[in-house]
Write a protein of this length. Structure first.
Lengths: 168, 169
């Protein structure tokens, strides 16, 4: 008998379970096994979905990066970008609705604008054109105010024609 | 029951005793061994359609050893609470199991991997290559671990018990 045979004999001797009854619940084992199998399948399916989404995202990104960039002529060009002015301001519309005569906030530098005082006619500035739009507003307001009858003013009779707010 | 379930029932009833004994040698605790055996059978059933054509007992044995090893690793991060675990060797055991008493006390001094190597090598009589494959370690690690475990068993051997693993100094 060698020493390793002694070890083998000791390992194979009946242990604490040698005379104990076997408590083997196969139904519980199969139930837990089915649950574990179902969980593993769900995890595998979820992993597959994640991998597919990652592959799709990578492919889309690569396609987007490797696509040739369009030439500048293919870009839609807005009218404001065709001739950009030196000063970008929103045009002020007149309350009177006279859009045809709305002064441009950014006059062309080549167009000389006469100053109100007449001096410095050779110096084009954007300020006179902006201030030119303001009088149309200020002139419209008094006409509106005058349309509202004041308490001291006698109320016109219904037969009296109401003056136009614009004074026309 | 389906045919696969009937086959698994026969397999579980036939292999339960051997797996439980191996689990007891690996854990040193009766209740833990029963839990480990049941967990191994549950995992074997979960993969039964795949392992039924192969060596199902080898799969269950591998699952059992790895389950016990993982459980031992998890226990390192746990704090002891409640009752103390059951002692491997009690003072009132019969004389005919004195050898087993010494063995359980000696196995308790080994690491989980050393116990796994000893059990797989000398209880299941598996070759070193199979032990290495089942435990996921190299052949050299199996040899060194086995040699180290035998040396520990030799040191802890009772004077009345024959020397383990070679000549005693």
């Amino acid at each position: 008998v060698t020493d390793l045979d002694t070890l083998r004999r000791a390992l194979r001797a009946p242990g604490a379970h040698g005379y104990a009854p076997e408590i083997l619940d196969v139904d519980e084992i199969t139930t837990l096994g089915r649950r574990l199998r179902r969980r593993r399948r769900l995890v595998a399916a979820g992993g597959g979905v994640c991998v597919a989404a990652a592959v799709f995202g990578v492919a889309t990104g690569i396609t987007h990066l490797t696509r040739p960039s369009p030439t500048p002529a293919q870009y839609p060009v807005s009218p404001a970008r065709t001739a950009p002015g030196p000063l970008r301001c929103h045009p002020v519309s007149s309350p009177t609705g006279a859009g045809a005569e709305t002064p441009t906030a950014a006059p062309s530098p080549t167009t000389p604008v006469p100053s109100p005082t007449g001096a410095g006619a050779d110096t084009p500035t954007a300020i006179p054109s902006l201030t030119a739009a303001v009088p149309s507003m200020t002139t419209a307001v008094p006409s509106l105010i005058t349309a509202v009858p004041s308490p001291t003013t006698p109320v016109p009779s219904p037969t009296t024609p109401v003056p136009s707010p614009t004074g026309c | 029951l389906a045919r696969g379930d009937e086959e698994f029932t026969e397999f579980a009833q036939a292999s339960y005793r051997g797996l439980r004994h191996a689990a007891y040698l690996l854990t040193g605790d009766r209740h833990t061994a029963e839990d480990a055996t049941q967990a191994a059978l549950v995992r074997t059933y979960a993969a039964w359609t795949r392992v039924r054509r192969d060596d199902a007992f080898a799969y269950a044995r591998r699952v059992l050893v790895n389950y016990v090893t993982d459980r031992w690793r998890r226990r390192l991060r746990e704090y002891p609470a409640g009752d103390l675990p059951e002692r491997a060797a009690g003072p009132d055991l019969a004389d005919d199991v004195a050898l087993r008493q010494w063995l359980m006390a000696a196995l308790a001094g080994l690491t989980a991997r050393e116990r796994a190597v000893i059990v797989m090598r000398y209880l299941f009589d598996l070759p070193e290559a199979t032990v290495a494959r089942d435990l996921g370690i190299t052949l050299g690690t199996v040899k060194s671990t086995s040699s180290r475990a035998l040396a520990k068993l030799r040191v802890s051997a009772d004077p009345e018990v024959p020397a383990i693993g070679g000549e005693r100094p």
